[in-house]
Write a protein that binds this ligand. Structure first.
Ligand code: AMP
Length: 292
């Protein structure tokens, strides 16, 4: 029989209804507790775990939302096949120090005649926004709703989704959400592949091939460290490395200003180097920042 050893025992409550989540949060707030929120789509891994642990260090109570948000998926994307395992997620949340899991059904979050959109201009135009036109509208709508339901003091997002982090920060500023947005570093597999729930889509052969994303970024960083300042050259270095892997198909390679997310030609300040690559049918993303 398989036994799960809990490192520490925390009480954790899983709720599916908005009113249940609100009541719990209100109770905690009356008791004077601060609240951290970690929004996720579930099928949790060590990347999510690092966010939950950080939230639990910095807040009295931590809520994790596990919600595969339908509005952020395009028509031909993987909403139906996205991996789900709430029991496993619950164990990870418990071990990492979360106190509440909010795991609503799509019908709880979205009703038929809802008509409000949340559109952050500018930052959503390039990178993944250019390739996934409905994505950030869905992310911002879903995250705004979570912010209004949980009303956290702090919310935690991974730098793995660098554009998402920038967009959420902008949304919070523009809409005066009274929430501190905390960015957390990318957690990687032993061979450098950024951890992702979507890595489970990869066959054994594809999994090996997927290392090429991080390897190409390491080469780019080396060139930057050696003084290369032409964005085109950095993109060529990445493209060449990705091209050496037969299973990899480039979606985009971009060198952008880390604040505006606009492409740069000459690297003079803080930049984000971001890539999206198909390994077989699976679209993976990775990035790093560099300060010139
Ligand atoms: P997801 O469940 O993929 O929507 O991710 C939920 C949150 O976890 C997002 O803020 C992601 O950026 C973050 N995250 C996902 N993978 C990683 C990772 N490998 N390292 C750090 N954060 C991550």
């Amino acid at each position: 029989m398989e036994t799960v050893v809990l490192k520490k025992h925390y009480n954790i409550k899983r709720v599916q209804r908005i009113t249940e989540a609100r009541n719990q949060i209100k109770k905690w707030k009356r008791e004077g507790f601060t609240i951290g929120l970690v929004p996720t789509m579930g099928f949790l891994h060590e990347g999510h775990e690092s966010l939950i642990k950080r939230a639990s260090e910095e807040n009295d109570k931590v809520g994790v939302s596990v919600f595969v948000n339908p509005t952020q998926f395009g028509k031909n994307e993987d909403l139906g096949s996205y991996p789900r395992d709430i029991k496993r997620d619950e164990i990870l949340c418990k071990q990492a120090g979360a106190n509440l899991i909010f795991n609503p059904e799509p019908s709880e979050m979205y009703y038929k005649d809802a008509s409000t959109v949340v559109n952050v201009g500018g930052l959503t135009e390039g990178l993944c926004g250019a390739k996934r036109p409905v994505h950030f509208g869905g992310v911002c709508l879903g995250v705004s709703k979570l912010f209004n339901i949980v009303t956290p003091d702090r919310a935690y997002f991974g730098e793995k989704d660098a554009q998402q982090l920038a967009v959420i920060k902008k949304m919070v500023k523009d809409l005066n959400f009274d929430i501190e947005i905390v960015g957390c570093p990318i957690v990687r597999e032993f061979d450098g592949l950024a951890k992702s729930s979507r890595n489970t889509y990869l066959s054994l052969e594809e999994r090996k091939a997927a290392c090429v994303l991080n390897k190409s970024l390491i080469l780019a960083r080396k060139a930057l460290n050696s003084g290369e300042r032409k964005a085109a050259r950095i993109k060529d270095i990445i493209s060449e490395k990705l091209g050496s892997e037969i299973l990899a198909k480039i979606d985009y390679i971009e060198v952008v200003d880390s604040l505006t997310l606009k492409p740069v030609e000459n690297i003079e300040s803080s930049i984000l180097v971001a890539i999206a690559v198909y390994i077989g049918e699976t679209r993976l993303i990775d990035n790093f920042t560099f300060k010139a």
